[in-house]
Write a protein that binds this ligand. Structure first.
Ligand code: 0WD
Length: 259
């Protein structure tokens, strides 16, 4: 069986620029034949919108909509459009996260209640909200994908509150896989190795993390957005029809290493 997503409708969240992991995913889904819907985080001056619109134009997205996951009305509007224009959803990609910069450096115990709440609301609860809104629209054999990191299960310097958000996200994957499985919807996470992006540059010492992985990972390198995109395309396809509730590591093998 060849990887073929033609005729599938895919909603991709979290494209900020050409370094975004979501951009790598969108490109690979498009190459495999999927029709894309893109959401972007709106800002007052519309700079994000213009940048993401220009970047994604060559992929001819059938839907291009603002969605701040802290704005329930905006989220609902996306799914109303999706229902009226597409009628169903085959692939849902959740590829966004946020934590206060101050909470991504130094001592974990300094995390504020506000920082804790916003990290978990934006990075974790948004995944559950998206699945709830998409539930009536999922086609049989739909695939849901989110992005996580090893800091969910190990104490990684500076990752701090985001580690908790990712641990809760990985638990959400299991609960949502259990809930949506009877309607044949699969839910999985990709645990990516460190990649330089806008979001990761907020994590203190990200370059050191990347250099460490380059020295220690079995493949002696970190991974690319395209490699994560390839895995997302696989998970979205019938080739992965038996896989649900899993965390798949796309990290050059780093997570298996001891000393
Ligand atoms: O090393 C890395 N880059 C890794 C990233 C390793 C493993 C996992 N990940 C995860 C991230 O935690 C995240 O879940 O991959 C996902 C995508 O992150 P990215 O590609 O590294 O980051 P980026 O290109 O910045 O995209 C994340 C985007 C935001 O960008 P900024 O930098 O402006 O926060 O998430 C979006 C936004 O576009 N975003 C939101 N979207 C809707 N509503 C919101 C929001 N409230 N907040 C942030």
């Amino acid at each position: 069986m060849l990887l073929d997503l033609s005729g599938k409708k895919a909603l991709v969240t979290g494209i900020a620029n050409n370094r975004s992991i979501a951009w790598g995913i969108a490109q690979q889904l498009h190459l495999a034949g999927a029709e894309l819907g893109i959401t972007y985080l709106p800002d007052e001056k519309g700079r994000f919108e213009a940048k993401v619109r220009e970047l994604t134009a060559p992929l001819n997205p059938g839907l291009f909509l603002p969605m701040d996951v802290q704005n329930p009305d905006q989220m609902q509007a996306v799914f109303q459009r999706l229902e009226s224009q597409w009628g169903q959803l085959d692939i849902l990609v959740h590829c966004l996260a946020f934590a206060n910069k101050a909470d991504l450096v130094g001592d974990f115990s300094d995390t504020t209640a506000q920082g804790f709440r916003s990290a978990l609301e934006i990075s974790t609860y948004s995944f559950t909200s998206l699945c709830r809104l998409a539930k009536p629209l999922f086609s049989p054999e739909a695939s849901v994908i989110t992005l996580t990191y090893l800091g969910a299960e190990r104490a990684v310097p500076n990752y701090n509150v985001m580690g908790l958000a990712k641990a809760a996200l990985e638990a959400s994957v299991r609960y949502l896989a259990a809930e949506l499985g009877p309607q044949q919807v699969r839910v999985n996470a990709i645990s990516a190795g460190p990649i330089r992006t806008l979001a990761s540059s907020a994590v203190g010492g990200i370059l050191d993390m990347i250099h460490h992985v380059e020295a220690k990972a079995p493949l002696r390198r970190t991974v690319t957005q395209q490699e994560v995109g390839n895995t997302a395309a696989f998970l979205a396809s019938p080739l992965a029809s038996g896989i649900s509730g899993q965390v798949l590591y796309v990290d050059g093998g780093y997570c298996i290493t001891g000393l």
